[in-house]
Design a protein around this ligand. Structure first.
Ligand code: ADP
Length: 395
């Protein structure tokens, strides 16, 4: 009997040259996924994984976002999606929850390119393309920043002149909101601790961010007006002295654009190790004795631990720490090293359990005597977006 997929929601993540998609059944039991890559180039193609697990690759040489979406929607048409949920990077201070797409919302997504120039225009392209093909299919936008809109002003304001906040919206917004929301709400369900829960969440992937979440609300996070602030990442530096820009301009004559590229694309694990932005490569090189790779690992863990410790100041109560993202979900060594940095927190790791948590396993790894709970929760941003999409439409 053919497998069916009941009342599915299509989740789209449109980047500047790629589209990630997932068609998810209402009960989250069945999923079709795929990725369109290299859009606009001769090598543009779609990798599609069907319901039966069969994979196919479709060549769309030179294909645009619109063409890719036409093909993707044609592949999925037989399953009759009831709604589309778009991951949108920046919702500014206008959006604190997922909203149905209207002409006004689409205009706002486009206007917010002033603070997310690389991402919001691609997200808007996706909305328009779906609209052109299926004008009657309801669409919802789920913002990466929305979950952090509950931060208090003391956490989101920069200590710079007030007019820049009032007139130019310069403030901290935070990102990875759907991931922090998903993993903290999952931990709320799994934890046996009584009362309201306070979590420190560490999303450690190519991009890395941490957040302080109490009773389901974000109270502070490590990323700021852009995703560059905070932790050391794959290619992003995270925090640097803001005086670095003027120093590099004076001493090396670098332009602001060059400095921005250096901090976003050539720094982090890649910049310090000189090898790779991929944690597996850096870990392997460190194990083989490469000193730069060892330092990159040490810095990554020291900065993550230091940030998590400082974010605990935002919480009325601390229940535990949650790890997620490709690194947080897979590397017991990195988790252990980060927790050793936080050695004054009365944390006790169950090493055997920690070692068992990788490749999509979900579970706790604290020793019964540990003051704090420790969790690995594989993130599921697609599911969270599908859920918020249905909620926004009252489905
Ligand atoms: P993205 O942020 O692009 O979604 P991921 O969440 O998939 O990325 O995380 C990618 C990172 O996870 C890479 O640095 C990769 O090396 C790392 N990673 C994946 N598997 C492992 C592993 N077994 N051990 C250490 N790091 C891993």
């Amino acid at each position: 009997m053919p497998v069916t997929i009941s009342n599915p929601t299509l989740v789209l993540n449109c980047g500047s040259s790629s589209i990630k998609y997932a068609l998810i059944s209402a009960d989250n039991q069945v999923r079709i996924t795929g990725l369109a890559e290299n859009l606009g180039l001769d090598t543009a193609h779609i990798k599609h994984k069907g319901l039966d697990g069969n994979k196919q690759e479709i060549n769309i040489a030179g294909g645009s976002h619109k063409l890719a979406l036409q093909k993707i929607l044609a592949l999925l048409e037989q399953y009759q999606p009831i709604a589309v949920g778009h991951r949108v990077v920046h919702g500014g201070r206008e959006f604190s929850e997922a909203v149905k797409v209207t002409p006004h919302v689409l205009e706002e997504v486009k206007r917010l390119k002033i603070i997310a120039p690389l991402h919001n225009p691609a997200n808007a392209l996706g909305i328009e393309a779906v609209n052109a093909i299926y004008p009657d299919l309801p669409q919802v936008v789920v913002f990466d920043t929305a979950f952090h809109q509950t931060m208090p002003a003391k956490a989101y304001r920069y200590a710079i002149p007030k007019a820049l906040y009032d007139e130019e919206r310069i403030r901290r917004y935070g990102f990875h909101g759907t991931s922090h929301a998903y993993i903290s709400s999952r931990a709320d369900t799994l934890s046996t601790a009584e009362g309201k829960h306070g979590w420190l969440t560490a999303h450690l992937g190519n991009g890395c961010s941490a957040a302080a979440i109490y009773d389901g609300k974000s109270l502070d996070t490590s990323m700021g007006i852009t995703p560059l602030e905070g932790l050391m990442m794959g290619t992003r530096s995270g925090d640097v002295d803001p005086g670095l820009h003027i120093h590099l301009k004076r001493t090396l004559g670098m332009s602001l654009e060059e400095i921005d590229t250096m901090l976003n694309k050539q720094s982090g694990l890649l910049g310090v190790s000189g090898l790779s932005n991929d944690m597996r490569t850096v870990e392997q090189a460190a194990n083989e004795g490469n000193e730069d790779a060892k330092l990159a690992l040490e810095m990554f863990c020291y900065r993550a631990g230091k940030y998590l410790a400082s974010l605990s100041c935002a919480l009325p109560k601390l229940t535990g720490i949650i790890f997620s993202g490709g690194i947080g979900e897979n590397s017991a060594v990195i988790r252990d090293n980060i927790l050793q940095v936080m050695r004054h927190f009365d944390i006790r790791v169950d090493t055997a359990k920690n070692n068992e948590l990788y490749a999509g396993n979900e579970g706790s790894f604290h020793h019964p005597d540990s003051k704090l709970e420790l969790w690995v929760i594989p993130t599921d941003e697609e599911y969270r977006i599908a859920q918020e999409t249905r909620e926004a439409l009252g489905l």
